[in-house]
Ligand binder design. Structure first.
Ligand SMILES: Cc1ncc(COP(=O)(O)O)c(C=O)c1O
Length: 403
């Protein structure tokens, strides 16, 4: 277990007794990240790239250092492969719009039923616009990818395979490398939604073998307003820009323009500079803990919590009933009660959980949550076993209202 982490997070000082179990939606921020953003605005604030004065040069250097930290964190080859976006959703849309230019009738796009809407709706819409076919890989009843189905769905007509690394509903760590291998065999491009993996488990993009991954800073201790798209340099180099405007151009004439080098070609307008400083500090923080230890911490929480949840027969737990290959996300319903009522009861006990469809309606239907409403408790580095106990005790108490 990681110890002594909570004290670095001011939100717990300001909200005594808070049991925060909604890190799947967004993580809390350590003091170091909050300070880095404050420090940026107090000491280094200037727009980047354009100014030749020292302050602008310093601001540009901080922004570039942040890219280098991201590069190292995910083991990318070059910072040319690191594009800062607004969030993961924008990164996924960037790839969809840019690669989508080359998609035509008869082409196939393959996703999984386990996708967050951010990695589902863009591909669904692309297929509609281009007359392409959207194919969906199934999961089993506990949310594990059906690799046999993947083998059948990925064919020589497949142009793009888009899938999540870790489900934001079940916490399952999918064997993305195997699916990427299948996609490579037919020459398809792979896009991995790494929103729930990069904050929780070590991720090495070269070992994974994908063509693109997208994730959000705000789920990994960093600020909102900045996401990362990593893409293979040769692919990003060939792709057309997504957004047009300042900073992404080389020369502009009235009838024609040429594009800036990577990664600026994909960063139109003023980028999230202060947020990049915050993301740098978040990566430093995670590095200081070590991502292997972060994952171990979550495994300990899963092993402690899962059996206790499974032993409550007034609960329906969605996702795996086994502790292997998952992060600390637990999605459930209390029989006879609506998820919002359960979340409200938990809030009354000081426990923050999320209720609703978690932006994954098709997955919830597939797992049998018919009205697509469930409660999700998602834990992270600052949660310990006492937080798991608080949830378990409150869920025992809610039994008296269960149907
Ligand atoms: C698996 C997954 N993908 C994508 C997203 C979208 O992230 P953002 O809203 O930061 O773009 C989320 C956020 O909940 C997520 O959990």
């Amino acid at each position: 277990m990681l110890n002594g982490v909570k004290k670095d997070f001011p939100v717990f000082e300001h909200n005594p007794g808070l049991v925060y179990l909604d890190s799947g939606a967004t993580s809390q921020k350590p003091r170091q990240v909050i300070e880095a953003i404050k420090d940026y605005y107090e000491r280094h604030n200037a727009n980047i790239h354009r100014g030749i004065y020292s302050l602008a040069a310093r601001s540009t250097r901080l922004y570039n250092e942040s890219k280098e930290k991201v590069r190292r964190f995910i083991n990318a080859r070059s910072t040319k492969e690191i594009v800062f976006t607004k969030n993961a959703t924008e990164g996924l849309n960037l790839v969809m719009y840019s690669l989508g230019r080359g998609i035509g009738e008869g082409d196939e796009i393959v996703i999984t039923i386990s996708e967050h809407h951010a990695n589902l709706v863009p591909w669904q819409q692309l297929a509609k616009w281009k007359g392409a076919t959207l194919k969906v890989i199934d999961v089993d009843d506990e949310g594990h990818l059906d690799l046999k189905d993947a083998k059948e769905k990925i064919t020589p007509r497949t142009r793009i395979v888009a899938l999540n690394h870790v489900s934001n509903v079940t916490g399952v760590i999918h064997p993305v490398e195997e699916v990427i291998g299948m996609a490579k065999k037919v020459g398809a491009i792979t896009v991995v939604d790494a929103c729930q993996s990069v904050p929780h488990i070590p991720v090495d993009v070269q070992a994974m073998g994908a063509d693109f991954i997208a994730f959000s800073s705000h789920k990994m201790l960093g600020p909102t307003g900045i996401g990362v798209l990593w893409g293979r340099e040769e692919l990003l180099g060939e792709m057309e820009p997504f957004l047009f405007g300042g900073d992404m151009i080389e020369t502009v004439n009235l009838d024609e323009s040429t594009w800036n080098d990577l990664p600026m070609k994909f960063e139109a307008g003023t980028p999230p500079i202060a947020q990049a400083a915050g993301l740098s500090a978040a990566i430093d923080y995670l590095d200081s803990l070590g991502m292997e230890r972060v994952y171990e911490h979550e495994k300990t929480i899963v092993e402690y919590t899962l059996d206790k949840l499974l032993s409550m027969d007034h609960l329906t737990l969605y996702g795996p009933h086994t502790p292997q290959d998952r992060i600390a996300i637990f999605t459930f319903n209390v029989k006879g009660l609506h998820a919002h009522d359960v979340a409200q009861f938990l809030d009354y006990k000081g426990i923050a959980t999320r209720s609703g469809h978690h932006c994954a309606q098709p997955l919830l239907r597939r797992l049998g949550a018919k009205d697509t409403s469930t409660v999700r408790a998602s834990l992270y580095i600052y949660n310990d076993l006492s937080d798991a106990d608080a949830l378990i005790e409150a869920l025992k108490e809610v039994r008296k209202y269960a149907g």
